[in-house]
Design a protein around this ligand. Structure first.
Ligand code: ADP
Ligand code: MG
Length: 472
């Protein structure tokens, strides 16, 4: 107790709460972009306790992968942010929702109360990533318009003003904004900031009576790039300020580029006059990557990554095709998937086969869990262990029945979203404590019994992908 008070006094400039954004960027720097994009980015911060933090990951596979390889380093990074943390716990949260905004909003509130801010932090957020340029933006008909418009803007200021680019998550909006910033910063004062950060700075400036500086800072720029404007919803006073900044900049001939996840008229809780300002320039959308784009990206990225390492990893066409066919939601996921496959190959010194690839990418694949029924699980497990369904569901405790039954229960728990009592009902009305016991038993056995792990992987593979030829 005493100790922590003393530490707080000494470290009064350090944040009291863990700053997850900071930790993420530390992870990126220390472990490399490749590992970060493939695995660590998936970690979300849930809660901080006295001496440990609770984090979430989308699948067990990712959790196991992270804990077996990067846990020490992650803990070190967290400790350098907050000494008192001695342990990390992971919770598996399947299908995570993007709560970045809420999270940021909350840290904003919490931090506003008790942190003395370092002055002039705008620059901290004005980092332009030199890896995201026009030259490495791959185009097809799904993003060509946005690309062309961005290029025009970066060649001839005030061609379209504002330029408003919208599209779903991971489609390349930030990449384009970044490319514009990168190109224009040589000759112009460029300000690149996310709407969240804009709000954050705004609130901070009010609290520290620094509004004059805030205004000056933003109104002094030649090019203002605001990313993810949809997050600016609600906050009236801030919208007011933004509106004035916006007008002042347009009046003096500065270029404004805005990105969003939706069209201007679909923005919720954003003043109408701001929306109509947005619509007044050029509005372009980026659509989901079409087949052509996905193929190009997979090819280009695998090439890039393979050449990056001396081992020269050659991902076969079969795996490349699988990735480009199955992962169609966003470019980000596509790039993440390739990173994972390459990471896997480097660490195991072997290229994953198709079934391994499916497991590595499980959380990204569209093979929906809803398709997994208890019936399929029971049928596959019975077939595998050559027992009948009646035997499995019976109350007989012969050894040759108990293990398969426990495995089936375990797989039902991890592959479906059924609750314990629901699972109990499907296994001849067993009590939920029996279900927990089975799950725990298998989890424990998995730690020391390699054959068990292998069997479970084979079964998972069959159940999830109905894949009988290509087993791990
Ligand atoms: P958004 O801002 O739309 O959510 P990003 O710009 O962050 O998406 O893109 C996600 C990832 O995919 C980034 O690593 C980005 O460099 C990459 N990316 C997106 N679109 C392309 C593209 N057309 N060509 C090359 N890389 C792309
Ligand atoms: Mg973005």
């Amino acid at each position: 107790m005493n100790n922590s008070i003393k530490n707080n006094n000494l470290d009064s400039l350090k944040p009291l709460e863990i700053d997850w954004n900071l930790i993420q960027s530390d992870m990126k720097n220390k472990l490399g972009l490749d590992i970060y994009e493939s695995w660590l980015k998936k970690i979300n911060f849930i809660e901080e306790f006295n001496n440990y933090v609770l984090l979430s990951v989308p699948t067990r596979f990712i959790r196991d992968w992270i804990t077996s390889r990067y846990l020490d380093q992650i803990l070190q990074i967290i400790k350098s942010n907050k000494k008192s943390i001695v342990r990390i716990e992971f919770k598996i949260v399947e299908q995570p929702i993007d709560r970045n905004f809420e999270k940021d909003d909350q840290t904003l509130k919490e931090k506003g109360e008790n942190i003395s801010f370092i002055k002039d932090t705008y620059l901290q957020y004005n980092r332009i990533d030199s890896n995201k340029r026009f030259e490495n933006f791959i185009t097809s008909s799904s993003n060509k318009l946005a690309y062309e418009a961005s290029k025009k803007v970066s060649e001839n200021i005030s061609n379209y003003n504002p330029l408003y680019i919208y599209g779903g998550v991971g489609m390349g909006k930030t990449h384009l904004l970044n490319s514009i910033g990168y190109k224009l910063k040589k000759m112009n004062k460029v300000m690149f900031i996310s709407a969240e950060r804009f709000m954050y700075q705004f609130v901070k400036s009010i609290k520290s009576n620094d509004m004059v500086k805030f205004k000056e800072y933003f109104r002094n720029t030649d090019v203002l790039l605001i990313d993810d404007i949809q997050f600016m919803n609600g906050k009236e006073a801030m919208q007011e300020e933004f509106f004035h900044t916006f007008n002042a900049l347009i009046d003096k001939g500065s270029q404004i580029i805005v990105s969003s996840d939706r069209a201007p008229n679909k923005l919720s809780r954003i003043q109408d006059r701001i929306k109509s300002r947005f619509s007044g320039g050029l509005v372009v959308d980026i659509q989901k990557p079409d087949n052509e784009l996905r193929k190009k990206i997979v090819q280009k990225k695998t090439e890039e990554l393979s050449n990056l390492y001396s081992e020269q990893i050659k991902i076969p066409k079969e795996i490349q095709d699988f990735i480009s066919n199955e992962i169609s939601t966003s470019v980000r996921e596509l790039v993440g998937a390739i990173n994972r496959v390459v990471s896997f190959s480097r660490i195991y010194n072997k290229i994953p086969n198709l079934s391994e690839t499916k497991i590595i990418l499980k959380d990204l694949l569209n093979l929906s869990e809803n398709k997994v029924t208890i019936d399929v699980i029971q049928t596959e497990v019975c077939k595998f262990f050559k027992i009948s369904k009646n035997e499995m569901l019976s109350s007989r405790r012969s050894r040759y029945l108990v293990r398969p039954r426990q495995i089936a229960i375990y797989l039902t728990k991890i592959l479906t979203s059924k609750s314990l009592p629901e699972i109990g009902r499907e296994y001849s009305n067993r009590d939920h404590t029996t279900i927990i016991h089975s799950v725990k038993t298998i989890e424990k056995l998995k730690d020391k019994d390699e054959e068990m792990v292998e069997n479970i992987n084979k079964l998972k593979n069959k159940i999830l992908y109905n894949n009988r030829e290509n087993e791990i």
